[in-house]
Design a binder for this molecule. Structure first.
Ligand SMILES: Nc1ncnc2c1ncn2[C@@H]1O[C@H](COP(=O)(O)OP(=O)(O)O)[C@@H](O)[C@H]1O
Ligand SMILES: CC(C)(COP(=O)(O)O)[C@@H](O)C(=O)NCCC(=O)O
Ligand SMILES: [Mn+2]
Length: 908
């Protein structure tokens, strides 16, 4: 288990200016060196989930001092980061820093995409008079006593140069003489001169309460899993209804405590506070225990027994309860009360016991005063923020217990994942026209890269400047035999027993070190182009995940599946990058990083927010991208596409020889059979050693017998072909969420698309924006369609009408010019880079394409089973998948591996 002892390792290898952004430049350098550009998919990365590459000017970069020294500093004298905005909250104990790094818009707006946008009515211009920028929000903190390190950090990242004034938020202006940084907290006044002197910037002071409230309101509205309850060691995320947020009581526990009644945006009143707060615990605790750090003090408390120093009811009542007024013998009657009558000195008490008594005293007191204020104003919800809480389970349990106890369960204590950053976020929001205030949950994606800077001080966020640094840092851990920990810290599992006034039964063993990033926050990606899929029946109640991993058995099972799959994935990833030594090293680092995430999540499943299987599968893809594996299954996809395209003409001929009814069934069978090509499934990968693609496809087709385990085919058939004489009206537009490359798309989904086109339905093929396993991407699909169209008039005309063949079809005789009657076939990216799809966050093109659609077809295990199995739509929906996992088959559909799902849900 990692603990504070890891700090020296971090410190040794930290390079101050080599920051996260360096990754991107470095990546480009590496790609250039390896000639990897041609291999990589086109530079267009239309959805900036993780692919931003702000440019750094590395010219003149130099290590100051000896690399072997602790803390070597790299200076980048010429680097002016693409516009950054910085805001600060300088408190009595800690400096909180929020900064923004911009995604550079690298999307290639090619001819095909432009025509698609026109067709779909997606405007490039924003509805606002100024665009909301895509980018990333980073959260870092420093101890206020180490303000110089904070200034070094700002200076090394040039954070003060981007945000010169509110106008340059959009213009990318560089430094000027009048640079201004928004800051709140007392230090904004106290240190204003120091900032001017050291960085040449002026501090624009923002009111602390305004900022706290603005920050809290933003988080509660825009971050989906921000607020949670924590009772008796159990953490549960709370869905906040935006229309029913106010009033609430905000209790910010910093050095001191503020209690603010919040009635709306900018509408609030500081109703109370207490001087017994985080500073009291840390200050008094330091004096009484001689602890050197806050975390040390907190960790001591976990091994303490407060009965040694607190006076309990039983101590006064001779071991008995005072049951008449509901006090048990073990209730604390008087914190530290035992010290008055025992003839002992400070040295006679264990620091562990003192720390726990102090923590309980302060937490109960704050909980109680908060409750009284909530009662005063008839408020039921209390949100607690501030770094006193530090994601520490015992602290939260104690506060929750107090609120619950005194309010007799009427009031609820809730906590915030960005607990200490409310003020800094609020200050950030006070920059005019940044657009943050109007961003909504669906436009924010939180990522957890290894070693994202989180904690300042000597560490300045782990030493992970460029990828090389990141890998060296991880290798050092391995050499030292220290377990690598995921970037997000860990509150001890099962921290408390009863909480409350009883002696906690277990307080956990170790407190995750601050050095590993102390809270449950990642890097917040702002992606203004994401939208909620408009055809969702009820976005508010929509939950993408079918499998909830908060069930420990479930988590354990999927953890094992993903762990066992790792070696094969690493092989493929390394091979996809030419099998070079560099690729092997990155592969190794990826495996360690992803394993660390898995371990971290096993210990605390809610560490990164609410965890579903889709999140885990996406995390794996993100982690691959983090280690610069652009497309691990590239060559496999290519090989399978080619093999499948070679047999497509025969399949089409066979289909065309059938009558309508036989053909429709054959098409659905074909989709289900071809969904067997899934490199994410252990069972399927084993299968691929036993035959060629075509052999496996044939075998799968042969076994495709109805009834399927879930079989709504007859209703679907009736909707498509009607019954008796009546010919039903064809669907206007079908959205086909396609899955895998190769046979799946070529022999399964494309023939189905062709049938829909033949019947007069517009078809939109929706594919991933970024690679994930062997899934086909929106970038690859036009090429595949073009190849298929060489063998098929229907596809060709439709693709032409859809603007798909603008540059892909060179060899084909065009006999369809002027044929305006053909129904278009389009390809649209979904905004994802995962085998699953969260329909709350899709590309704006997909949202636009959905406008006229009356049929949604979701294909594959990831899109139709792991996610969206229970999703309802405002149109007809067909979910098609082969279940390639025994346990899932049993659990979800009471079937077996290779059972099939054909679920049709007509819109009433
Ligand atoms: N690494 C740390 N160093 C010092 N105090 C910490 C640390 N982590 C958590 N704390 C607690 O957080 C409190 C500061 O919380 P914060 O919300 O930053 O308030 P302020 O704005 O007053 O500094 C400290 O008084 C202490 O109780
Ligand atoms: C990653 C996947 C969801 C991809 O399936 P697909 O959407 O391609 O049908 C699936 O392969 C999966 O759940 N794999 C893990 C389970 C296993 O290996 O059995
Ligand atoms: Mn897939």
């Amino acid at each position: 288990m990692a603990g504070p002892t890891e700090r020296p390792v971090l410190e040794n290898h930290y390079i101050k200016a080599a920051t996260e952004e360096n990754n991107d430049k470095n990546k480009e350098d590496e790609e250039e060196k390896q000639g990897g550009r041609e291999m990589a998919p086109p530079a267009a990365n239309p959805i900036h989930r993780s692919s931003s590459r702000p440019q750094l000017d590395l010219s003149g970069a130099a290590i100051q001092g000896n690399f072997e020294e602790r803390d070597p500093t790299i200076l980048l004298p010429n680097q002016s980061d693409d516009i950054s905005h910085l805001s600060l909250d300088i408190g009595g104990s800690l400096i909180k820093l929020v900064y923004f790094s911009r995604h550079e818009d690298r999307s290639v707006d090619d001819k095909r995409k432009r025509s698609l946008k026109e067709r779909l009515g997606v405007s490039n211009g924003n509805r606002r008079s100024y665009p909301i920028l895509g980018g990333r929000l980073h959260f870092v903190k420093f101890e206020t006593s180490k303000i110089n390190e904070c200034l070094d950090f700002i200076s090394s990242k040039q954070l003060h140069r981007g945000g010169t004034d509110s106008q340059c938020w959009h213009s990318g202006a560089t430094a000027n003489e009048d640079a201004i940084i928004k800051a709140t907290g007392g230090g904004a006044y106290k240190f204003a001169d120091l900032f001017k002197e050291r960085l040449g910037v002026s501090i624009d002071k923002e009111d602390e309460m305004d900022c706290l409230v603005a920050g809290a309101n933003f988080l509660l509205k825009a971050i989906r899993h921000e607020a949670f309850t924590h009772m008796e060691g159990h953490k549960e995320f709370v869905q906040i209804d935006h229309n029913d947020l106010f009033p609430y009581l905000l209790v910010n526990i910093g050095s001191g405590v503020s209690m603010i009644k919040v009635d709306g945006e900018g509408k609030f009143q500081r109703v109370s506070g207490t001087n017994v707060g985080g500073g009291t615990y840390w200050g008094l605790g330091r004096l009484l225990t001689k602890c050197k750090s806050f975390d040390e003090l907190l960790e001591l408390s976990q091994r303490g027994d407060n009965r040694k120093i607190d006076m309990l009811v039983g101590d006064i009542y001779g071991g008995m309860d005072y049951s008449k007024i509901g006090l048990s013998a073990s209730t604390i009657a008087s914190s530290f009360g035992k010290a008055i009558y025992e003839n002992k000195e400070l040295e006679d008490y264990r620091p562990e016991d003192i720390s726990l008594s102090l923590l309980r005293m302060i937490s109960y007191n704050i909980g109680q005063i908060s409750y009284l204020n909530a009662l005063r104003f008839g408020i039921k919800r209390i949100f607690f923020g501030g770094f006193f809480i530090r994601g520490h389970a015992y602290t939260m349990d104690t506060i929750s217990f107090a609120v619950h106890f005194w309010s007799k369960g009427e009031a609820k204590a809730m906590f915030l994942r960005h607990e200490g950053f409310l003020g800094a976020l609020g200050a950030f929001m006070s920059y005019e026209k940044h657009g943050l205030d109007v961003l909504m949950a669906h436009q924010l994606v939180e990522r957890f890269p290894m070693g994202a800077p989180y904690v300042g001080g000597k560490i300045h966020g782990p030493p992970l400047g460029d990828l090389n640094e990141k890998i060296s840092w991880m290798e050092k851990f391995v050499q030292k035999g220290t377990e690598i920990i995921a970037p997000v810290p860990m509150a001890p599992p099962g921290t408390t027993g009863l909480g409350g006034f009883e002696v906690p039964s277990s307080k956990g063993d170790t407190l995750r070190s601050d050095a590993s990033a102390a809270l449950n926050v990642g890097v917040l990606h702002l992606v203004p182009t994401l939208e909620v899929f408009p055809l969702l029946m009820d976005p508010k109640t929509y939950e993408p995940n079918t499998i909830d991993l908060s069930d420990h058995n479930e988590l354990e099972y999927w953890f094992t599946v993903l762990s066992e799959h790792l070696p094969d994935l690493v092989d493929k990833a390394v091979a996809s990058e030419g099998g070079t030594d560099d690729a092997k090293r990155r592969g190794d680092a990826f495996a360690r990083a992803f394993s660390a995430h898995l371990r971290r999540l096993m210990e605390e499943p809610a560490a990164y927010g609410k965890l579903g299987l889709a999140n885990l599968l996406e995390l794996r893809e993100e982690c691959l991208r983090e280690f610069h594996f652009v497309d691990a299954y590239r060559s496999i996809k290519q090989r399978e596409n080619e093999a499948s395209l070679a047999v497509l003409p025969d399949l089409l001929m066979e289909l065309d020889s059938m009558n309508e009814e036989t053909r429709l069934l054959a098409l659905i069978e074909g989709v289900l059979a071809a969904n067997i090509f899934d490199w994410g499934s252990r069972a399927c990968v084993d299968l691929y050693h036993k035959g060629t693609i075509i052999e496996i496809y044939r075998m799968s087709r042969k076994k495709m017998q109805r009834p399927w385990q879930v079989d709504d085919y007859d209703i679907f058939k009736e909707r498509m072909l009607g019954s008796g004489e009546k010919n039903p009206r064809p669907h206007r537009r079908a959205l086909l969420f396609v899955d895998n490359s190769g046979a799946d798309i070529v022999l399964g989904m494309l023939p189905l698309a062709r049938e829909l086109l033949r019947r007069g339905t517009e078809v939109v093929l929706i594919a991933n924006s970024l690679p994930a396993l062997n899934d086909v991407t929106a970038m690859e699909l036009p090429e595949i369609v073009a190849e298929a169209a060489k063998h098929c008039d229907i596809l060709r005309k439709a693709a032409e009408a859809g603007g798909l063949l603008v540059d892909a079809m060179i060899n084909v005789q065009d006999d369809s010019k002027g044929n305006s009657s053909s129904v278009p076939l389009m390809v649209v990216e979904n905004g994802c880079g995962s085998p699953c799809i969260d329909l709350r966050q899709v590309s704006s093109e997909l949202a636009a394409a959905a406008k006229d659609a009356d049929l949604v077809i979701l294909e594959g295990m990831g899109r139709a089973l792991h996610t969206n199995f229970n999703a309802h739509f405002k149109c007809d929906a067909l979910k098609l998948a082969m279940v390639k996992n025994q346990r899932l088959a049993e659990k979800l559909i009471k079937g077996n591996i290779y059972s099939c799902v054909c679920r049709y849900e007509p819109f009433a």
